[in-house]
Design a protein around this ligand. Sequence first.
Ligand SMILES: O=C(O)c1ccc[n+]([C@@H]2O[C@H](COP(=O)([O-])O)[C@@H](O)[C@H]2O)c1
Ligand SMILES: Cc1cc2nc[nH]c2cc1C
Length: 362
Amino acid sequence: MTPLDETISAIRPADRDAMARAREHQDRLTKPRGALGALEDVAVRLAGVAGVCPPPMPTPAALAIFAADHGVHAQGVSPWPQEVTTQMVANFLAGGAVANAFAASAGASVTVVDVGVASDLPAAPGLRARKVAYGTADLSLGPAMTADQAAAALAVGVETARELIEGGARCLITGDMGIANTTASAALICAYTGREAAEVTGRGTGIDDATHQHKIGVVRRALEANRLRETDGFAPERRDDALRALASVGGLEHAAIAGFILAAAAARVPVILDGVIAGSAALAAVALAPAAASYCVAGHRSAEPGHAATLDHLGLRPLVDLELRLGEGTGGLLAHPLVSAAVRVMHEVATFDSAGVTDKER
Ligand SMILES: O=C(O)c1ccc[n+]([C@@H]2O[C@H](COP(=O)([O-])O)[C@@H](O)[C@H]2O)c1
Ligand SMILES: Cc1cc2nc[nH]c2cc1C
């Protein structure tokens, strides 16, 4: 069995009994029922993830930033030069990026994974050198990756999640870095949700109207060139098609993030998703293993239009909505204290009985 098959076959549905117990427990705590709104759902979800009530605290948390480059950059879909991917990897390793500041705030560790950066990176503490290729091929002309490359990148994500969990992480957070990866994300979202390119293709790091229209055309051509439309007989619920879509229009970081999510689910550890790149990778993970959706928490909703469509498709409600469009794991990191607070309530808040507070008459 490949690491992917092993991982997928280990994923169990969320534990319904633990979730029911968590819901009942919430209702006995000294607050009006439902007063913690969506945070109550987070606590219940985490009980389902762990299979116990109350669920374990999601600490310590570990962020993995998967970095890779994209052949589609040659189509002029991003205003930034490709070398910014390499330069930002150095910035993460030096502790100078927004993700580092947010990770320090959240008390999360930061691991940077080179799964496909288009340059040779010097070895450094905190860098996992797992390059599968020097970036992908141009997805608008044909497959971005071979099936073997996609499988290797998925395995990098699986292995990274397993090692972080073995090292003590009790919550994983997805991060990404890859100039032009919002184009790949839009194409993945079209493939897995059936949405139109114009609905889900956004401005990424910031492009003008003309470049945005051009980017929509690039996404359309990618779907056509790779036969990823329903009219081509493409059906993402079929495993072969789900894998083919990921290899055809995904990035190496998307594949790695999909593996990371699947391995978190297999280990019954919650994974907080960052923005549109993580969301589109989660679509791939969930196409391969539908039960994996229950193990995901949507950290935030990105300003990219495809992200809302993605979260709808996954049935996830974002915890934070601040119009962020940075990636790196920043939205996931901001959500982590909310997830922790939701779980802490389950451990520490008194019940009506224990505190001698009169419950309302039902
Ligand atoms: O996380 C998001 O939703 C998000 C939205 C827009 C941009 N990004 C980041 O910006 C880079 C890709 O933007 P672009 O315009 O080059 O496709 C990549 O490094 C992503 O991490 C990330
Ligand atoms: C500077 C910069 C930082 C980033 N972090 C994630 N994506 C990014 C894109 C750019 C351009």
